[in-house]
Design a protein around this ligand. Structure first.
Ligand code: ZN
Length: 101
């Protein structure tokens, strides 16, 4: 498992009797598209909903999670302003992020 942002290997959360160490956070996301369900009620309009297509888990290591610009990207993805992995598909953007590391 690797951090989506910096690419470092992340470890599972380790538990000790009185503490635990979190190494990464998981965001379950993916492309969404508007879809319709037939409304079971007669003469009612179809029900609209957002269907998750290509579900993907994005892992963020604790160091990246502490960086405000990465938190903003995660927020943008959750709220639907901008999808995270569409950003990554843009090669220039990803290079710029990696160079900062
Ligand atoms: Zn990272």
């Amino acid at each position: 498992m690797q951090c989506f942002h910096c690419g470092r290997e992340v470890r599972e959360t380790t538990h000790k009797p009185k503490s635990y160490k979190v190494d990464y956070y998981r965001l379950h996301t993916g492309h969404t598209e508007l879809d319709f369900l037939v409304n079971p009620k007669l003469d009612a309009p179809p029900l609209r909903y957002l269907r998750l297509t290509n579900p993907i888990d994005i892992l963020t290591c604790v160091e990246c999670y502490a960086r405000p610009e990465i938190r903003r990207r995660l927020d943008d993805d959750i709220t639907g302003r901008r999808a995270l992995f569409d950003v990554r598909a843009d090669g220039n953007h990803f290079t710029e992020l990696a160079a900062k590391g």
